[in-house]
Design a protein around this ligand. Structure first.
Ligand code: 5MY
Ligand code: ADP
Ligand code: MG
Ligand code: MG
Length: 354
């Protein structure tokens, strides 16, 4: 809420003239990883910024007070949402149909509040088939001149009968090894239990509903592209090692994938091949993020992307996550603060003057 002219004396004793209230509905784990004290302080702070002013026809730089004034307020799930606030923005990542309905109704009755993001758009990412459909539709095979190609590994969905998997895989012509992923991503640890299958017969041991996706050798490095509105940031992460032809010929069975480390793969990691670690070209990342932002109707997400080993410019998107672990994104405090401020500012610009 913007309280123009009202003097609010914050906890730190600093006067603030405007408050922008961000209501949040997050799990405790998410609150702790995202709403860190440094971020809350920065978003709320009053600081000094430079502005141009005309004095005696000379342009001079002067210092003016810039008020960020963003306050985060926890939404009480035991009380009607409409009785709380008023909010400028709502940030949420909670599961369940009930919450979806609450937030959907609230968007109808409170169009003045920016809800990040619409529940139906989030729902699209809760299924590993639909989440990648927009990348397929983009048809980025010849996308920004010579800057690279972006696709999705070949995959199929197995809805029910595990015994039918070997035949279905043969019919679809999928190449081994295959990554088996639970179809639904519901935030549970089970939805992140993945398997690597070296032969198609062992796939019958798995529990549908599943997505079976071709494993793409990528040299053990993955790119996480974080999107916050129009801003993007890419980081490297360690991933799974390549599977050689000889290993594939020798090994049979399905093996659980250990959850990939969230440790950053940095340029300092001595034995990493520069051809593997080189970040994807910025124009490609910008175009991909912008297209997905519009097609998915989401402002907060990240994209897991890998580069096919032995190529410079063939990339695959393997996963898209709603409101991911931004606490691990470098400089997220500033990026998020600017994003939230841009949302409130654009709202006031749109509002007709009295
Ligand atoms: O917990 P974190 O910080 O590792 O964040 C998880 C994400 O990690 P990332 O930022 O991509 O490294 C994680 O990304 P991955 O699926 O591991 O690529 C998911 O977004 C996960 O949410 P959910 O369990 O799918 O609902 C995210 O979990 P929540 O924090 O949303 O519970
Ligand atoms: N098609 C693939 N080819 C190679 N590695 C993959 C593929 N799919 C997933 N992986 C590896 O498995 C990890 C987890 O898969 P992902 O689809 O991102 O699921 P989650 O939602 O649990 O993160 C990835 O970070 C990557 O290391
Ligand atoms: Mg992932
Ligand atoms: Mg994921």
């Amino acid at each position: 809420m913007r309280l123009n002219g009202e003097i609010y004396d914050g906890e730190d004793g600093v006067e603030e003239e405007q408050k922008h209230v961000v209501g949040y509905a997050l799990t405790l784990k998410k609150k702790n990883s995202f709403l860190k004290p440094k971020f809350e302080r920065l978003a709320r702070s009053v600081n000094y910024c430079m502005a141009l002013s005309l004095v005696n026809l000379c342009q001079m730089l002067s210092s003016i007070r810039c008020n960020k004034g963003i306050l985060f307020v926890a939404i009480d799930l035991n009380r009607p949402l409409s009785d709380q606030g008023p909010f400028d923005i709502i940030l949420h990542k909670l599961l369940g149909k009930e919450w979806c309905e609450i937030i959907q109704d609230y968007r109808q009755t409170h169009p003045e509040v920016t809800v990040l993001d619409p529940p139906d758009a989030i729902q699209h990412l809760r299924n590993r088939q639909s989440m990648l459909q927009d990348v397929v539709d983009l048809n980025l095979s010849d996308f920004c001149g010579n800057c690279g190609k972006v696709g999705v590994p070949r995959q199929m969905v197995i809805k029910k009968d595990p015994l039918s998997i070997p035949d279905e895989v043969t019919k679809a012509g999928l190449k081994l090894p295959l990554v088996a992923k639970p179809l639904v991503v519901d935030g549970s640890s089970k939805s992140h239990e993945l398997f690597l299958a070296y032969d198609q017969f062992s796939l019958s041991e798995l529990e549908p509903p599943l997505v079976l996706q071709e494993f793409v050798n990528h040299g053990g490095v993955l790119f996480k592209i974080y999107v916050v509105g129009d801003a993007i940031k890419v980081v490297r992460r360690f991933s799974l090692p390549n599977v050689s032809k000889s290993k594939l010929a020798k090994v049979a069975g399905v093996f659980p994938l250990t959850r990939v480390s969230s440790a950053a793969a940095s340029d300092d990691d001595a034995d990493l091949d520069p051809g593997v670690t080189e970040l994807p070209p910025q124009p490609l990342l910008e175009r991909l993020a912008k297209e997905l932002h519009h097609r998915l109707g989401l402002r907060l997400f990240n994209i897991d992307m890998i580069r096919e080993h032995g190529t410079r410019d063939i990339f695959y998107v393997i996963d898209i996550n709603y409101f991911p672990g931004y606490g691990k994104m470098p400089d997220y405090e500033n990026i998020f603060t600017d994003f939230l401020l841009s949302l409130v500012q654009s709202k006031y610009r749109k509002r007709p003057a009295n």
